[in-house]
Structures are given as structure tokens and as C-alpha cells.
Design a protein around this ligand. Structure first.
Ligand code: ADA
Length: 551
């Protein structure tokens, strides 16, 4: 399932059939072709649990004309071929991309997707890390037939006015044809319409802006997550030739001093860091499992989730829009020293991921903040310059949301003054024995003195590990469920009672598999700081967190 609703009525668009043939090309792979389900990761196949290499997926599609294949996520590099011809290449597992073939003869064609999860010298972001870098087609593949002119994306920004709400829309259109296109663009929302006569030169992509007064509508909020369908339609000589449908919520996010306001109301954030990762499915979970996570997080008293450390499946974001769970979404990078940030392709690859994230997820009302560069070198001149560049890129892509980055606990941060929301990751009582209050105050003081005074502050990570089912009756042993309870209790109590902090994201919701290279500091080759384990079995901490979050 790609989304929770139809994204086109006029454009012919359908998800590929689920059963594909997978062949592996490198050592440690399959002995022959296997039937697999797309989307999934190949690690869910018992023979490929640790496979790092290339996998070739094949599927027949029936289509003709201008065929646009949309791949929502291929891990980690992808090459897309149609009838043997290379159509597209992509870097990055967590954002979508298109492969386009023009004037394809009507009939059956062979779609071939080569996924590659090897670490290579050319790859800056994809390295062995504190989560697992899976392989395969991890999100849906969509086959579309478009005319010579089609809509590439639609962004809608709601704005509160004296009389109600207005939206400002941006529509990106592409003309594949040899002739200039003349037509009409129509935006429909809340029963109202706005139209504009447009012209696009041949072989160009153009951006059009429309505004529309929507009058009185029901605003979107975590308590009442009201969604509205918005449609952009393209007409030629009065006839509809293409469309794109999305959902929006009427809400505005604003920073005011130390407060983060949603439609004027200050937010108090209580939530979780959540990797897209499930015991049996790795990165690629069925929608029921995503929804179960949301139910569990809400049961725990959470009102927000952080998509550490990469953009999430649009389907999960749809569910957050639907249930009112606020989202911190961030582009893909975790824990880079200056050294790694100096990789010649680092900024190019991070920029690409950041642009694709903001472009593809712009309309989700649940996303309240953009993040990037989790725990990188914010303490060096070079590192700080990278942070600044990504912050300004995010602000250019989206003026309606604040920007932030989860910063390391060590001192010396240089970018507090550059972000709208100050976010700090601290682990008192787990990685060191400092009393929680002291550890928190130390970092808050540094942030305030370093340019972050009078800004909202979020504790973006705090937590402790426990191995599911390991008990210590004295409650002292690290990795016991009892010790995790005691530490989380001290951490949550200190953070939530601190007058300068407006949010907490616990590290973490569920245990996650990590790279083999991390195994010595990570029992079971898992990051065990989940409140539930990788199969969502609650640890003792579940009830503690639930009680404290619901207090
Ligand atoms: C970091 C990091 C997480 C995770 C966590 C931990 O701060 O951002 O990805 O590694 O710490 O468990 O130590």
C-alpha cells in the first residue's frame, strides 16, 4: 500500500504486483532466483539475513506511452531498467525517485531494479552505524502513465487570516513535449476552486503559485486531526489531463520565545525516537505494524515521534496525520565526526536527501519541525558551516516550519544560535553517572551561552538500555529491566519538571538491530534502549513511562 488514499483519479497509476523475482549477484547471496514480496527488505529472507551486495528484482508491467515509475524507497543505491535500458539511478534508501520512459509501445515490459546495500568509497551517508542498513526495494513501486505534461509535485501552505484560513499552493509541472503547453491549472479544496491559465515551454519544468481563501474550516490539532483533501488538476482545452491529490491540515507552527506554538497553543512534547525497524520485517513493515506502533506510543502517553535518523515511509506519515501524532522528521545522517563530514560527497548526498524529504513530505500536517545532522561535529568550524548550510537549505525549501538538529552531549557546540529550536541528546545515568538534573543544566547553560537563549529547548534523546526478560532482583545491574525503569524514571521526572524544556523524545521506542561492527557495545547486536523490544513486547519500563507521560 502506497498511501492511505488515492493520489490520482485522472492519471493512470497503480502499484506493481507484489510478487517479484529476486536474484543476487554477490557472494553470500541466494543459490538461484527466489520469489519475494515487494516492498520488503531481503534480510527478511533466511538466506540473506546478513547479505551485503547487489540484488536484482524483476517484474512484468503492462503499460504504454509515457511511463513514469515511482520508487518510494530502494536500499541503498538503485538502478532501474526497462526492457534492459537504464532509466534511472538513485542514492538513498529513504526517499522516492522517478524513472521515466517516453513513448513506450503498449504492452508487456520487463521492469528490473538493481538494489545495492554495499558500503563503498563513493558513499558518505551509508556506513555501518547504530542501526541496520538493509537492502532491497523497501517501499512500494508505482507505475503511472502520463501525457506530455504532468504535475511533479504540489505544496500547500495554510495561513491563518482574520477571517479564517487561506492557502498558498505551489505546483511544479513538467512538459516533456516538443511544443509549448497552454492550459489551465485548477486547485480544489474545501469545496472551493482557484484557477490559473498557464504556459510551459517545451522540455521544461515550471513552478506556478495559486492562493485560495478557504474561509472557516476546522483546524488540525493532535486532539482533533481534521484532514482536508486537496486536488490540483491540469486541463487542456477544458479537458482534465492530469491530477494530483493530497491531504492537508489547517495549522500553523510558530516559535515565540521559548515556546513552540501550534495554532497559537504552546506545545508540550512527550514522545519517542523511533527507527523504521521491526523484528521480522527490518525497515519494511506492513501498515498494520505501523499503526500498532502509533497505538502503542499513544497508549504510552506520547503526542510526538522523531523519525531518527532519516525520512520515513509516507504511509507512516499519513497515519500520523490521521491520528494527530506530531512528527519531527530529519534527513539521513547519524553521528559523523568532522572527518566523515569531509567526505567529498557528504554535502552533496545530504543535500539531495534533505531536498527530497522536504519536497515529498511537505504537505503532512503532522510534521512540525525539520531536522538533520544528528550528533555530528557541531563543535568545529567546518562542521558548524555544514549545519548552517543545511538549515538555510531547509528554510529555503519550507518557510512554514522551524528547523533543528539533535546535538551531542559533549561541550563546545557552535550552532545553538543558528537553529529555531535547540535540541540536545543527553544520557546521564546511562553513559555516565552525573545526576540527571546536573547533566541537563550543564547542557542548557552551554546552549544559552552559545546563542540558544530564549529559544524552545527539546531533549531530543535520553534513555537507558535493558534486555527484554533480563531481571535483577536488586535493580542494580545495567541491562536489567529494573535498572532501565529506575533510570528512565529519574530522567523523565527531571526533564518534564524543568521549566526551560518544552519537550522530550525518549531514546527509544523499540529495540533495533545495529551493524555487526557495533556489536561489542551493543549486546545481541541490538540497540536495547527500547521501551518495547523489536517484536513490540513491552518491557517493565512501559508502565513507568506510561504513568509519567500521562501524569
Ligand atoms: C545517540 C544517537 C542514537 C543512538 C543513541 C545511543 O545519541 O543519536 O542514534 O546511537 O545515542 O543509543 O547511544
Amino acid at each position: 500500500m502506497e498511501r492511505l488514499f488515492d493520489t490520482h483519479i485522472i492519471r493512470k497509476s497503480r502499484e506493481c504486483a507484489p510478487v517479484w523475482t529476486l536474484t543476487t549477484l554477490d557472494e553470500g547471496g541466494l543459490t538461484g532466483p527466489e520469489k519475494v514480496i515487494v516492498p520488503s527488505v531481503w534480510e527478511s529472507h533466511p538466506a540473506l539475513r546478513k547479505y551485503r551486495g547487489r540484488g536484482v528484482y524483476e517484474q512484468k508491467i503492462t503499460a504504454g506511452g509515457n511511463v513514469r515509475i515511482w520508487l518510494d524507497g530502494v536500499s541503498f543505491r538503485a538502478k532501474v531498467y526497462l526492457d534492459g535500458a537504464l532509466l534511472a539511478e538513485h542514492y538513498g534508501a529513504y526517499t522516492g525517485f522517478e524513472a521515466l520512459e517516453q513513448s513506450l509501445p503498449e504492452g508487456e515490459h520487463t521492469l528490473r531494479v538493481e538494489a545495492d546495500n554495499r558500503y563503498d568509497a563513493d558513499s558518505a551517508l551509508h556506513i555501518p552505524n547504530d542501526y541496520y542498513a538493509y537492502g532491497g526495494i523497501n517501499r512500494p513501486v508505482i507505475v503511472e502513465e502520463v501525457g506530455n505534461v504532468y504535475i511533479t509535485w504540489l505544496h500547500v501552505t495554510p495561513r491563518k487570516t482574520a477571517g479564517g484560513w487561506t492557502v498558498d499552493a505551489q505546483v511544479s509541472l513538467r512538459n516533456l513535449g516538443d511544443q509549448p503547453f497552454h492550459g489551465t491549472l485548477r486547485l480544489s479544496l474545501t469545496g472551493k476552486e482557484a484557477t490559473e491559465e498557464i504556459e510551459i515551454q517545451s522540455h521544461e519544468t515550471s513552478l506556478f503559485e495559486l492562493s485560495m481563501d478557504c474561509g472557516k474550516v476546522t483546524p488540525w490539532s493532535p486532539e482533533n486531526p481534521k484532514l482536508y483533501q486537496v486536488t490540483a488538476k491540469l486541463l487542456e482545452n477544458g479537458e482534465a489531463i492530469d491530477d494530483i491529490i493530497d491531504r492537508i491540515g489547517f495549522r500553523e507552527i510558530r516559535v515565540e520565545g521559548k515556546k513552540l506554538l501550534l495554532n497559537g497553543q504552546p506545545l508540550l512534547l512527550k514522545g519517542f525516537n523511533r527507527h523504521e525497524e521491526y523484528g521480522s520485517f527490518g525497515l519494511s513493515a506492513p501498515v498494520e505494524a505501523m499503526m500498532q506502533d502509533i497505538h502503542l506510543m499513544r497508549d504510552l502517553g506520547a503526542n510526538c515521534v522523531r523519525t531518527c535518523h532519516y525520512p520515513n515511509d509516507p504511509l507512516f506519515l499519513d497515519l500520523c496525520d490521521e491520528t494527530g501524532l506530531l512528527v519531527w522528521e530529519e534527513s539521513h545522517v547519524r553521528g559523523f565526526t568532522e572527518d566523515k563530514m569531509r567526505h567529498p560527497r557528504f554535502m552533496e548526498q545530504l543535500r539531495q536527501c534533505t531536498i527530497e524529504m522536504a519536497e515529498q513530505h511537505y504537505n503532512h500536517p503532522a510534521i512540525f519541525v525539520w531536522g538533520s545532522l544528528n550528533e555530528c561535529a557541531d563543535d568545529t568550524e567546518y562542521g558548524a558551516a555544514c549545519y548552517r548550510e543545511i538549515f538555510s537549505l531547509l528554510r529555503k525549501l519550507d518557510q512554514s516550519r522551524p528547523v533543528t538538529a539533535a546535538l551531542l552531549e559533549r561541550p563546545g557546540g557552535k550552532v545553538y544560535g543558528d537553529m529555531d529550536v535547540v535540541s540536545i541528546n543527553i544520557y546521564p545515568q546511562w553513559y555516565h553517572n552525573t545526576p540527571v538534573q546536573d547533566g541537563l543544566n550543564r547542557k542548557l547553560l552551554e546552549a544559552a551561552q552559545g546563542g540558544g537563549e530564549n529559544k524552545p529547548v527539546i531533549v531530543s534523546e535520553i534513555g537507558a538500555g535493558a534486555i527484554y526478560g533480563y531481571h535483577d532482583p536488586f535493580g542494580e545491574a545495567k541491562w536489567s529491566e529494573e535498572r532501565q525503569c529506575a533510570i528512565l524514571k529519574a530522567q523523565i521526572t527531571a526533564v518534564l519538571s524543568h521549566p526551560d524544556v518544552m519537550g522530550i523524545f525518549l531514546w527509544q521506542f523499540a529495540d533495533v538491530r545495529v551493524a555487526e561492527e557495533w556489536a561489542m557495545g551493543r549486546p545481541r547486536t541490538y540497540n536495547n534502549k527500547g521501551v518495547v523490544d523489536e517484536y513490540r513486547r513491552p518491557k517493565m519500563a512501559y508502565q513507568i513511562v506510561k504513568a509519567l507521560f500521562n501524569k
